[in-house]
Ligand binder design. Structure first.
Ligand SMILES: [Zn+2]
Length: 421
């Protein structure tokens, strides 16, 4: 399943591979899928045969989440369905952290595709048949870990669900089942570390050698990765995916940013304002293997930077330096300086006495004002060193407030650390 031949294709052959997949998908989708057919006809693409080359592809209209949400407001499952409803076998839903949740249907073929994409993620992190992969996640509507679970099984590893358990029970399961791979959000890996510390359990003594993080960015932030790796005595790998898109980004053993799986996705990086191709801008993706409910030229809302050197692992897939740099709609403007919450997290996590944090944003006229609330463990040297590090990194002074242990919420799924007051 891990396809090194595919991952090291020369650029021209990779483009040819993508073109074959894209043409086949368009022939299946155009005229059958009401959402895409209406969108393309409005843009002048009367039939799939009108798409003759990459120039035509780049003229296809961009799509965004708001359109999909609006579409589902009119019909509960929306119109992005290439086949009759009976053909679909899975229903999932986005977490709804940014607006109304989106429902998404998969056919058996697209569910198998999800498992294949997760195979790249897990194999990239070094997971092998024989590994025991634990998912401390309450298996609800969120697709990410369900697909990861299928990926582990398809890879030939032992997939172990960790739903319906509290953190302490999960730690006991990890120990007694001799789990070697942990798949969860970075926030939850940190929370399990706290739980272990409070109970006097040294997690570096466990058999876990690899952690893979999905659901939110974070493992790509150096200070977060360091904290997870030190606490677990394991190597921590970032991964990026979206319910509506699929599992598209993964790290290799170099841990040098996210590779986009270009055998299953087409990646473009565009200026969010002008739409021109750029090295740093918004990631726009097309998936190639989810024919029943595809997304084509989809604006992810994620800011990324394309690495300009090849990866030492030998993969030719494009690499996003530093992973997802931030959500474009999460960006704060503090006294004229653009600040991503992930940049604040990158500083806060360097301080071992901070267990959890929250970013409070106050609107002051047209300006955002920010206070960083940190939950401290044990004795602290006071807020000043953290404040100075924030100023040195971000170039602005932010207020820092300390709160007592247990004051801030913990999250199993997507952490909600930016709070608007
Ligand atoms: Zn690599």
């Amino acid at each position: 399943m891990f396809d090194r031949a595919l991952e090291t294709l020369e650029p021209e052959r990779l483009r040819a591979h993508q073109w074959r997949r894209l043409s086949a998908m368009l022939a299946e989708v155009h005229g059958h899928n009401p959402f895409w057919t209406a969108k393309w006809r409005a843009a002048g693409l009367a039939s799939a045969a009108d798409l003759r080359g990459w120039d035509d592809f780049e003229r296809l209209p961009l799509a965004c989440k708001a359109e999909l949400v609006e579409d589902q407001a009119r019909a509960s499952l929306g119109t992005n369905l290439t086949y009759p409803p009976e053909r679909y076998v899975r229903l999932h839903q986005t977490s709804g952290t940014s607006g109304a949740p989106l429902r998404w249907l998969d056919t058996q073929a697209s569910w198998d595709w999800w498992a294949r994409c997760w195979g790249f993620v897990l194999a990239g992190a070094g997971v092998r048949p024989g590994d025991r992969v634990f998912f401390p996640f309450s298996f609800g509507l969120f697709i990410g870990f369900w697909a990861g679970f299928e990926g582990a099984r398809a890879l030939g590893a032992l997939a172990i669900p960790g739903g319906g358990q509290d953190s302490l029970t999960r730690l006991a399961s990890i120990e007694s089942l001799r789990v070697t791979v942990l798949v969860c959000t970075p926030s939850y890996a940190l929370h399990l570390l706290e739980t272990g510390r409070d109970r006097g359990v040294d997690l570096t003594k466990l058999a876990v050698r690899i952690t893979v993080h999905a659901g939110e960015p974070g493992a790509g932030i150096p200070a977060v990765r360091q904290r997870i790796q030190d606490g677990w005595g394991a190597r921590a790998f970032d991964h990026a995916g979206m319910t509506e898109m699929g599992a598209y980004g993964y790290e290799c053993e170099q841990q040098a940013g996210l590779h986009v799986n270009e055998s299953e996705f087409i990646a473009e990086v565009l200026d969010p304002t002008t739409g021109a191709p750029v090295r740093e801008g918004e990631l726009v993706l097309t998936n190639l293997g989810r024919l029943g409910s595809p997304v084509i030229r989809y604006r992810t809302g994620d800011r990324v930077r394309v690495a300009d050197t090849p990866c030492a692992c030998g993969r030719t897939f494009v690499r996003l330096d530093g992973g997802i740099l931030g959500r474009l709609d999460d960006m704060l403007i503090v006294r004229g300086v653009n600040v991503f919450p992930s940049a604040i997290e990158g500083v806060v996590r360097r301080f071992p006495w901070v267990d959890e944090f929250q970013i409070e944003v106050f609107r002051d006229g047209e300006l955002d004002e920010v206070r960083v609330v940190v939950e401290v463990a044990g004795t602290t040297p006071g807020a000043r060193p953290l404040q100075e590090a924030l100023r040195a990194t971000l170039g602005i002074r932010l207020e820092v407030a300390e709160v007592a242990p247990g004051s801030l919420p913990r999250y199993e799924l997507k952490a909600r650390r930016v709070v608007r007051r």
